[in-house]
Design a protein around this ligand. Structure first.
Ligand code: KG4
Ligand code: ZN
Length: 349
């Protein structure tokens, strides 16, 4: 089955065609990052407008690159939650129109489930159950993936998401938005023992995270140094901060793995591109005799292929929608979209 996956939840307009949830036939992405950089973060209204302008071309490119047209597509999958509401609405309404006009089933996809599915694209042999650390710009969750469509959150951040924590600290260090990637690169050249930073934990909740204190700590270090007329080494600061965030993530994730007896560990979301996080977990999993999975770098950030992959499994589970589908800015990852008959759109043609 060929699924067209559409993604527009934040600042990437993306579309891809994936066969049977695993084989990527095309993957087109139009990024708005350069424009949002001017403002130091995503401006929701600009994001929605750029999605409107880009979506036709991106979907057309995904079809062309796969050497097909709509007749060669079996299902249209779209990220419908969570994310920026105005941005999500562009993808959802476009997908609805496309499914309706072409008489194809419409499959709503949860953005975090799609991030997890990025692992299926990279590892054809990977099947649930496994434990996944989902680390993106807006979310940080430890998720027990019981089946493709049954998920349970074991732990979460109590304040900032990991990506947000990286971006905000990077900004304080003078690194432009989205700072996470650049901070990661700069950290490779620094000394991670140069600055003493805490490893905050949440009392009585070993799988939960808290990053806002850590972020404030690094911001205070920078302010205090500038008040004393000193300059801190950005590579050392970046390396020390990255190490502290990765230590916290690793501690919680490995505790959950130990307590649940998980044998397969995966990571997903934009922050799963972090070089130190990948290296650390690879090393720890090898030491503990566990299998470790992380998506190829091109599937870590937002893309349509991960949406198409998860869309395939949602379709198999009967999680399709009709014209009433709406976008939702928030939605628990455990929740499946209501089961509407796949034939609903065909009847409405
Ligand atoms: O998953 P994603 O592309 O979008 C959301 O769903 O939020 O994640 C974006 C986040 C941003 O905060 C970005 O700075 C962060 O992922 N990120 C990284 C790296 N690459 C992207 N953070 C740390 N290290 C990286 N290499
Ligand atoms: Zn994302």
């Amino acid at each position: 089955m060929r699924v067209l996956g559409i993604e527009s939840s934040c600042d990437e307009t993306a579309a891809a065609i994936v066969e049977d949830g695993r084989a990527v036939l095309s993957n087109a992405v139009a990024s708005q990052v350069e424009e949002h950089k001017l403002y130091g973060g995503v401006v929701p209204e600009i994001a929605s407008r750029r999605h409107c302008e880009a979506i036709c071309g991106v979907v057309r490119q995904a079809l062309d690159d796969a050497g097909t047209d709509l007749d060669g597509i079996d299902t249209v999958a779209v990220t419908s939650a969570p994310g920026l509401i105005g941005a999500l609405l562009v993808g959802v309404n476009f997908a609805k129109g496309l499914a309706l006009s072409a008489g194809k089933p419409l499959v709503p996809v949860h953005h975090l489930r799609a991030h997890i599915a990025a692992n299926y694209l990279t590892f054809p042999e990977l099947e649930p159950p496994f434990l996944c650390l989902v680390v993106s710009g807006g979310h940080t969750h430890i998720v027990q993936v019981e089946s493709y469509t049954q998920l349970r959150v074991l732990g979460r951040t109590r304040d900032d998401a990991a990506g947000e924590a990286f971006d905000k600290a990077a900004r304080a260090m003078g690194i432009p938005y989205p700072g996470g990637v650049e901070l990661d690169k700069i950290a490779e050249t620094g000394n991670d023992k140069a600055c003493r930073l805490p490893r905050p934990s949440v009392d009585g909740a070993p799988y939960d995270f808290s990053f806002s204190g850590l972020k404030t700590n690094v911001i205070n270090l920078i302010h205090n140094a500038s008040q004393r007329g000193e300059t801190l080494s950005v590579p050392d600061l970046a390396a020390s901060y990255r190490k502290a965030v990765v230590d916290c993530l690793t501690r919680g994730f490995l505790a959950a793995a130990k307590d649940t007896g998980a044998k397969k560990l995966a990571i997903a979301g934009g922050v799963s591109a972090n070089l130190l996080l990948r290296r650390t977990l690879e090393h720890e999993c090898a030491r503990l005799g566990l299998s470790f999975y992380c998506p190829e770098l091109r599937y870590c950030g937002d893309n349509g292929a991960m949406v198409a992959s998860q869309g395939f499994y949602e379709f198999q589970a009967g999680n399709t929608a009709g014209p009433e589908l709406n976008a939702r800015p928030e939605m628990p990852v455990e929740l499946s979209f209501s089961c509407e008959p796949a034939a609903a759109f065909k009847r409405n043609r």
